[in-house]
Design a protein. Structure first.
Length: 665
């Protein structure tokens, strides 16, 4: 077994690998960029080595720097995690040349699966079901039209070197084929310096189902069942689960057998994933093989009880797999959500900043894989994923319920995050029913995500809990002031819950170990596990367990439940009467300014002073978290002044430009 493993990665996956290696008694070495000097993976590892500046291209992607770090630390093996160098055959080769073990497949297997045309040919030869299509080189757009007609519309045009949806087009007629071929080819040429294009039948409303495989260096390959990852947004997975609610035992077995056949055909020795798409009729087709540990591997670990990182390390060290296919049992259900630092109501723009509050949920069936801690900084340099939240239970319904509660408990302040969106996805009847497809998000949120309302059956509980919280605060204040002479300890029973201009009269009286709360719509029995200062409140309302986050906000509260934030004030009736007399302050009009929606670098300005712009026209480009974000005009107008210059490092809400005041018509 290895004595020392270097983890050529950062964030949650580096932490997750370090924990398993340490449990196995292996010394761990973290590598880090300047931006990560104080990161969690560096704190967890036994040793750490600086490998370069913040930019990935100068640190986590630098093969030489990582090999040098192995030399300096004396590591005998490297785990690459996912992303970065994990699927670069050249990295595996360079390590081998330096006498260091790559904890992953052989370079030839990585290379064979890195090319879509080659991997599809290999899969076909191995007896794997592939999408009907054409794998020859297509000379030009006219040749593409001929091939598309042979296949039958609709077709999909794909770049052999493609990935993440780049160089991919759907065509439903000859015109779209001509146009799509040219677009895909030029995109492939500029993105991958490889313009080989192939065509296949377009599978409508597909589901993304992938098989986890595991091979050793002695010719054994097994599979660990499937994961379904159909809930994606622009090729970014959002929710994954195992098993798939779509597969029956026969389809699972057929898919598993084909995945194993493909892995055997490339002499696969590590953990890997064979991706398929499935159509409505459970026909399934090979898409690609990922020759790395995947982000969503924990759902497989939860239903199999296995540690995939441990197995990867053991097979890389030459151990034989003792686990046989018949030993692999799938037990229960696991769901994973990816918590990203991005603002779902601002078009999922990445958000950066300090995690001023960060508390992970915990408990039976709840697993959190993260690489951050309270006080940590979410920087612009890397992927904006904060954590993976995984829940598992006996049934799919129970795992979903546990996920919704865990999301309610997850406290993140200081950066925008997608928990409101995740909660909304999990709350849809369609997700619950399991009728998934890769179009799920586009179909369920056709206007993007605009935020949610508190569920109808949570309105009365939220009101009752707010009243009970106010009552507890009142009791606390009364017990303090009661110790001063002349201050009696009196807490009222009548309150008004103010929500915007709504007023809800509430009567609250202690009853048993909680309160009886009477609203206009009925009485509720409320018990709380909450004290002043707690961020989350576990409540029982008429016997129903519910979690609310509670932020004090001046004299009021913000209650968070189901991904929805509700601002409330709970005041005595005479104060409510006074509130009604106060003029409402109008918020300042910021619509005349283009503000930076996130901290980032201003890399382009598409307009000049005095220019007239139309709604939707590009104004400026901000680079943050490796992504370029184009800011567009929300309506027609004239640029009056430009307040920033290219190269400026902008804070959130920094003014980029100012529009002229519209002249009265
Ligand atoms: C497809 C397809 C439908 N038909 N191929 C997307 C990423 C790339 N790996 C392959 N992809 C697709 N290929 C045919 N013939 C639909 C997709 C697809 C998709 C696949 C898996 C997960 C999410 C997806 C989202 C959009 C499209």
């Amino acid at each position: 077994m290895f004595k020392k493993i270097l983890i050529a990665n950062r964030g949650e996956i580096a932490c997750r690998i370090i924990r398993t290696a340490q449990r196995m008694g292996i010394v761990t070495v973290a590598v880090h960029s300047d931006a990560d000097a104080d990161a969690l993976h560096v704190r967890l590892a036994d040793e750490s080595v600086r490998i370069g500046p913040a930019a990935s291209a100068e640190s986590y992607l630098k093969i030489d720097a990582i090999i040098e770090a192995c030399r300096r630390s004396g590591a005998d093996a490297v785990h690459p995690g996912y992303g970065f160098l994990s699927e670069k055959a050249g990295f595996a080769e360079a390590l081998a040349a330096a006498g260091i073990t790559f904890i992953g497949p052989l370079p030839a297997a990585i290379a064979a699966m890195g090319d879509k045309i080659e991997s599809k040919k290999l899969a076909h030869e191995a007896g794997v079901s592939t999408v009907p299509g054409h794998l020859g080189i297509i000379a030009d757009a006219e040749a593409a039209v001929g091939i598309a007609r042979d296949i039958g519309y609709p077709v999909m045009i794909k770049a052999s070197a493609g990935g993440g949806g780049k160089g991919m087009r759907i065509a439903r007629d000859d015109g779209e084929t001509r146009e799509g071929f040219r677009a895909a080819q030029s995109e492939a040429r500029s993105s991958f310096a490889d313009d080989r294009i192939f065509l296949e039948k377009y599978i409508e409303e597909p589901r993304h189902i992938e098989i986890q495989v595991l091979g050793d260096a002695h010719g054994t390959v097994i599979h660990l069942g499937e994961r379904e990852c159909s809930i994606q947004r622009r090729h970014q997975k959002v929710v994954e689960e195992a098993p798939s609610p779509f597969l029956d035992a026969a389809t699972r077995e057929a898919m598993g057998a084909q995945a194993v056949a493909l892995a055997k055909a490339v002499n696969y020795r590590s953990a890997g994933t064979v991706e398929f798409i499935a159509d409505r009729n459970r026909n399934f087709y090979f898409l690609e093989m990922n020759t790395r540990l995947q982000v969503e591997h924990p759902v497989t670990e939860c239903v199999t009880g296995l540690d995939l990182v441990e197995l990867m390390i053991r097979v890389a060290a030459g151990e034989k797999l003792t686990l046989r296919q018949a030993d692999v049992r799938l037990d229960g259900w696991a769901v994973e959500t990816r918590i990203y630092a991005e603002d779902p109501v601002r078009g999922f723009l990445p958000s950066t900043g300090r995690l001023i509050r960060y508390r992970e949920p915990a408990g039976q069936g709840v697993r959190v894989d993260s690489g951050v801690f309270e006080g940590a900084e979410i920087a612009i340099y890397y992927d904006p994923m904060i954590a993976k939240l995984v829940t598992s239970a006996k049934t799919r319904d129970a795992a979903i319920d546990l996920m919704r509660t865990a999301l309610d408990e997850f406290v993140i302040r200081g950066v925008a995050h997608n928990i409101p969106f995740l909660a909304a996805v999990l709350a849809t009847p369609r997700f619950r029913s399991g009728a998934l497809s890769t179009n799920f998000i586009a179909e369920e949120f056709p206007a993007g995500f605009t935020g949610s309302q508190l569920a109808e059956d949570a309105v009365a509980p939220a009101t009752a809990v707010a009243a009970a919280v106010r009552r507890i605060l009142g009791e606390r204040e009364a017990s303090i002031s009661g110790q001063l002479p002349g201050h009696g300890a009196v807490v009222g029973t009548d309150w008004v819950v103010c929500h915007g201009s709504e007023r809800h009269a509430v009567k609250i009286i202690p009853a048993g170990d909680g309160y009886e709360v009477t609203l206009a719509t009925g009485s509720h029995c409320v018990t709380l596990d909450w004290q002043p200062g707690d961020l989350a409140c576990r409540a029982r309302v008429d016997g129903r367990a519910m979690v609310f986050q509670i932020d004090r906000d001046g004299s009021g509260f913000r209650l968070i439940h189901g991904g929805v934030t509700v601002a409330l004030q709970v005041v005595p009736p005479h104060v409510a009467a006074l509130l009604d007399l106060m003029p409402v302050k109008a918020p300042p009009d910021l619509s005349r300014f283009l503000l930076s929606p996130m901290p980032g670098l201003l890399v382009a300005l598409a307009v000049t002073e005095g220019q007239e712009v139309r709604q939707g026209e590009a104004l400026a480009t901000i680079e943050a978290m490796k992504m370029e974000n184009v800011l567009r005009a929300e309506r027609d107008g004239t640029v009056a002044a430009i307040r920033a210059k290219i190269g400026d490092s902008l804070a959130v809400d920094a003014t980029i430009l100012e529009f002229a005041v519209a002249e009265p018509a």
